[in-house]
Design a protein around this ligand. Structure first.
Ligand code: PEP
Ligand code: MN
Length: 359
């Protein structure tokens, strides 16, 4: 049960609603968000909504447990924007989060950072703690990788996003990242969602490989309920019977989510396809569908990547992606952030920036 209080509600009106919820057996949790002041009543009891609606100072009540509330357009009829450092996600300009699947060494991540920044990326991505299907696969370089990512981001003037897998890592990771990535496999790791929610930092919540959109939106409620409005949804493909691609990128999610939530929606065509050749076309399609941004994997030498090389764009291909999404963005009333001309190098692609062995 979520109750949105009127902005003019008096403290005694809030107190009365809170008391009524408590007396009806709900655990009451106040939630202050930029788009409204709410009282959450945790527990069953749909029948009680009518009484609450009649109380002074109450603007709106969402009684359902299985319906998104704080993320809904009823809670905030506007559109939320989320700042990841200097990058505003959900504004007129597209957010482009680019970088390697995994941080493999200082040279690799710095090369990526400089290049993607020069060609218009707005956030640097890079995995330090990797959720791998097999325990025998590369698991990420952990804290060392976070330091390299932060350093590369600073040098290239880009904020950074990296995945957190363990609630116990949230606090230690917070100083290194501008945005926590909650990976597809963690979409329903509720203690993790709560821990990230409590930090108040931006969170990029990826859709679970087998999650419906209703479950995806309810996962976002866990973050919002902590009073953290900085939630970005990311469509990254779902499991289907199709074997030609790693996942099936569900671009239906973009307009459907936009019709149900005020939260920004970005698309990851790298994991959504698993195939390098499909990434640029699906990135164009995502922008055309109205996505607020993209997350793409880029590697200076994908054939030697320690994870997800098959779906990683080369540096030259990233530049091509940026060139190709520009006109699409314009056609749907969006723009790209101006590239950092000063950082541009002559030549592009694997050799252009002199990428050597991973550190
Ligand atoms: C990733 O971004 O590298 C990743 C593991 O993504 P996902 O959680 O979508 O599989
Ligand atoms: Mn990856």
């Amino acid at each position: 049960m979520i109750v949105k209080m009127s902005p003019t509600a008096s403290p005694s009106e809030r107190g009365a609603v809170s008391e009524a919820l408590a007396q009806a057996g709900f655990e009451v949790q106040p939630v202050a968000l930029p788009f409204g002041s709410f009282l959450a009543g945790l527990g069953p009891g749909e029948a009680f909504a009518g009484k609450l609606r009649a109380m002074a100072g109450v603007e709106w009540v969402q009684p359902g447990e299985s319906t998104p509330a704080l993320g809904s357009l009823e809670a905030n009829p506007g559109r939320s924007t989320v700042a990841i450092g200097s990058c505003l996600v959900g504004g007129p300009s597209l957010a482009v989060m680019a970088g390697p699947c995994s941080v493999e060494g200082p040279t690799q991540v710095q090369t990526c950072a400089r290049f993607v920044s020069a060609y218009g990326a707005t956030v640097l991505r890079g995995g330090a703690y990797k959720p791998r299907t097999s325990p025998y696969s590369f698991q990420g370089f952990g804290r060392e990788a976070l330091e390299m990512l932060q350093e590369a981001g600073r040098a290239a003037g880009l904020p950074v996003v990296s995945e957190v897998m363990d609630p116990g890592d949230v606090e230690a990771m917070a100083p290194f990242v501008d945005c926590f990535q909650l990976g597809a496999r963690s979409m329903q790791n509720f203690p993790l969602l709560k821990a990230v929610g409590r930090t108040g930092k931006a969170a990029l919540l990826k859709r679970g490989p087998s999650a419906g959109l209703a479950e995806f939106l309810l996962a976002a409620e866990y973050l919002l309920l902590q009073g953290n409005p900085n939630v970005i949804l990311c469509e990254r493909g779902i499991k289907t019977f199709e074997t030609a691609t790693r996942n099936t990128l569900d671009l239906n999610a973009v307009p459907i989510l936009k019709a149900r939530t005020h939260l920004p929606v970005v698309v990851d065509p790298s994991h959504g396809t698993g195939r390098r050749a499909a990434v640029i076309p699906m990135a164009r399609a995502a922008v055309a569908a109205g996505a607020d941004g993209l997350m793409v994997e880029v590697h200076p030498d994908p054939d030697r990547a320690l994870s997800d090389g098959d779906q990683s764009l080369t540096l030259a291909e990233f530049r091509q992606l940026m060139d190709e999404i520009g006109p699409v963005a314009e056609a749907v009333g969006r723009s790209l952030a101006a590239p950092r001309q000063g950082l541009r190098q002559t030549g592009s692609g694997r050799r252009g920036l002199g990428w050597g062995a991973a550190g």
